[in-house]
Every structure is written in structure tokens, then in C-alpha cells.
Design a protein around this ligand. Structure first.
Ligand SMILES: *Cc1c(COP(=O)(O)O)cnc(C)c1O
Length: 365
């Protein structure tokens, strides 16, 4: 028997979360974002699960798109960082990849080839994220060059897009100002109303109906985590998709004044019962998780104590009944929101999910 630390992936829940995105934006087509191994869930399995119900997939980088094609996925795949050479562009054209174009050198590569067939070019405006994309003036110039080179196909094959920097944050009106800049910029383009557009990530799909256009790009919401940094009325539409479990492999009593784990970072104030669990930061349990972080053992609430080790954590089970060696422990998932654990480790659900390491088997349910 192998070590009993694993993640269960709930494929039906991913499907259901995709349908939530679709129902929230019924006029839009939703591209399932499955970059970074589908946020740690297994890119191929997730792609196979969604292929019949999505119009297209999005990944971050070229290699991810190649992996999907080589494994037999046939839907269009948008590469969010685009391609970086003529070789990649030729491969992309042959394999029905769609390409984000966000800088001048990508544009120059693209201008060497006719834009025909099913190739979609996603021209990206930097409307405020200040990470990728053309500024307003460059964007209009890029648009003119592409239109000039491809007068017949451009309307069919170009998507005008941008990305929000803080749609998950209730304390800014950045979405409104980004939308305004986007709309202003595209209003200067010839026949602008005839072009498809794309703006919304998960937070905008759930929170800003005004951002829903022809194409949306849901990511984290497919994996059941609220994108918001505050409680939101639509959070409970999403179902958890990843349950991270391990088991108790040690049990002991500690007396008042005794420390637990490296550097005795936690010291018992009274006699306590401590269980050792076979999961650590090498598996993707966050090193930064604080003492007091919630854990579920044999269906009961317990708390992390002391420092997270490479392969183990310690939990205080004094308030639980009958904890035994071999008992199942849930670290996050169906009974414990990943967002809660993320908060306690000063991180975000995205990082927890993508951080589950290769040592941990993914079991598909
Ligand atoms: C990752 C990504 C998304 C999805 O974002 P979520 O917050 O996970 O919904 C959408 N668009 C772009 C450009 C991205 O990089």
C-alpha cells in the first residue's frame, strides 16, 4: 500500500462550475482557462471533461497547447501569452491555436503571414493591468496594420481584448475605468462594432455584467474558488473541485510547556493530544500556514500547530473524539474551503491549487 496522501478531483463539479459561468453570461461564449495544469487539477482530464461543452480552451504558454493537441484535444486553444517565433506561429496555424498578440515583436511575426481560416488573433489592449498589451495608440496602429494586410478576413479573425487588474477587489472602481478606456479605444477603429471582443475573467463574470461581451475567460471559478477577496452573493453557486486528503501517522500527548515540531514554534499551554499527518510543504501544503489553521480529522475540526515540515504537519486533536493512526485528514476541499486555508497561509486559492506537487496522486471522481 502506498502513502495515503492524495487529491480527489471532482470532474462533475468542474462541469457544473462551467455551467454557472455560462448561465451568468448567457450571451457570451466562455473559454475554459486550463493553464498551469488546469490550476493543478490535471489539464488533460479537465480538457476531456469539458471538451463537449466549451467552444475553446485557453492556456498560458505554447507548450501547454502542444501538450493538449498531442493528447488529442481538438477544440481551438487560445495561447494567452501568444507565440514568440515564426516556427511557433507556423505550428500554431497548423494546429488551430488562437493567439494573443500583445507586443510589437509578436505583431511583426504575424504580419509576415496571412490571417486566414480558423486562426483567431486576440489583439490585447493594456487598459490598466500594465503587464501585457499595447497602449491605446499602439493598439490602434496594430489594428490598422493587421487590417491593411488582411482586408478580407480581419473582421472574422480578430478579437479585441483586454484583462482586468482588480475585478476581485471591492475597494476600487478599476473595472469601470478599464472598460471606459477599452470602449474609447475601440470606438476609434473602423467598423469597430463588427468585431468580437473579450474582457471578463472569473471575477468580472460573477461581479460585472457590463463586462460580458462575445467571449469571456473563466479560470478560477471553474475550480470552485471564489475569485473575490470579500464574501460575494454568487460564491455559493460554485462547487469545490479538489479535495486534498492525508492520514494520521503518529499520535502523542504533550505536557504543558512542551514544544512541537521544528524550533518548537508552538508550545503547549496545557496537556494536549497531537496527531502527526503525512503531508507537508513538499506535497503543496503551504509552509506559511499559521498555527490555528483548520484541518478536519475523522470528520471533526482540529487545528494545525507549529511549523509545517517537508513531509508532515502536526495537529492538535485534543477536542476530537477517538482519533487513531490511519484516520483520514482533509486539508481542504468538500468540507473545508480552500479559500479559508489560503487566507490562513497568507496566499490565494490559485497558489494552493497550482502548488500541489507531482508527488501527490490525483484521483479522478
Ligand atoms: C488566467 C487568466 C484568466 C482567468 O482568470 P481567473 O481569475 O482565473 O478567472 C483570464 N484571462 C487571462 C488573460 C488570464 O491570464
Amino acid at each position: 500500500m502506498s502513502r495515503n496522501t492524495q487529491v480527489s478531483i471532482h470532474l462533475d463539479a468542474i462541469k457544473s462550475n462551467f455551467n454557472v459561468a455560462q448561465n451568468l453570461a448567457p450571451q457570451s461564449k466562455n473559454i475554459a482557462v486550463i493553464k498551469a495544469n488546469a490550476y493543478g487539477h490535471g489539464m488533460l482530464k479537465v480538457a476531456q471533461t469539458l471538451e463537449d461543452i466549451v467552444p475553446a480552451f485557453a492556456v498560458a504558454i505554447f507548450d501547454e497547447a502542444v501538450t493538449l493537441r498531442e493528447a488529442g484535444i481538438q477544440k481551438p486553444i487560445l495561447i494567452l501569452q501568444g507565440v514568440h517565433s515564426c516556427e511557433e506561429l507556423e505550428y500554431a496555424i497548423q494546429h488551430n491555436f488562437w493567439l494573443m498578440v500583445h507586443n510589437q515583436s509578436q505583431l511583426e511575426i504575424l504580419l509576415k503571414y496571412p490571417i486566414v481560416g480558423d486562426l483567431k488573433i486576440w489583439l490585447k489592449l493594456d487598459s490598466g493591468m500594465h503587464r501585457l498589451g499595447f497602449d491605446s495608440v499602439q493598439f490602434q496602429f496594430a489594428f490598422s496594420q493587421l487590417s491593411y494586410k488582411n482586408p478580407k478576413t480581419i473582421q472574422q479573425n480578430l478579437v479585441l481584448c483586454s484583462h482586468f487588474c482588480a475585478a476581485s477587489n471591492s475597494e476600487t472602481d478599476s473595472v469601470d475605468s478599464q472598460l471606459k478606456l477599452f470602449n474609447q479605444t475601440i470606438s476609434n477603429l473602423d467598423n469597430h462594432s463588427k468585431f468580437e471582443k473579450s474582457l471578463a475573467n472569473s471575477a468580472a463574470i460573477m461581479g460585472f455584467e457590463s463586462s460580458h461581451v462575445e467571449w469571456n475567460r473563466p479560470g478560477i471559478m471553474l475550480y470552485g474558488v471564489s475569485p473575490f477577496d470579500h464574501p460575494h452573493s454568487k460564491d455559493n453557486l460554485l462547487k469545490p473541485t479538489m479535495t486534498f486528503t492525508s492520514e494520521v501517522i503518529g499520535l502523542r500527548k504533550v505536557a504543558a510547556g512542551e514544544g512541537v515540531g521544528y524550533n518548537h514554534q508552538w508550545i503547549a499551554e496545557k496537556a494536549e493530544t497531537i496527531a502527526t499527518v503525512s503531508v507537508g510543504y513538499a506535497d503543496g501544503y503551504p509552509f506559511a500556514a499559521k498555527s490555528g489553521t483548520a484541518v478536519i480529522v475523522a470528520g471533526q475540526k482540529a487545528e494545525l500547530v507549529g511549523r509545517v515540515s517537508m513531509d508532515m504537519i502536526s495537529i492538535n486533536v485534543s477536542k476530537c473524539n477517538h482519533v487513531n493512526i490511519g484516520d483520514k485528514v482533509e486539508l481542504w476541499g468538500q468540507n473545508l474551503a480552500a479559500a479559508t486555508i489560503a487566507k490562513s497561509a497568507n496566499t490565494i486559492g490559485y497558489e494552493l491549487f497550482t502548488g500541489v506537487s507531482a508527488r501527490v496522486p490525483r484521483i479522478y471522481k
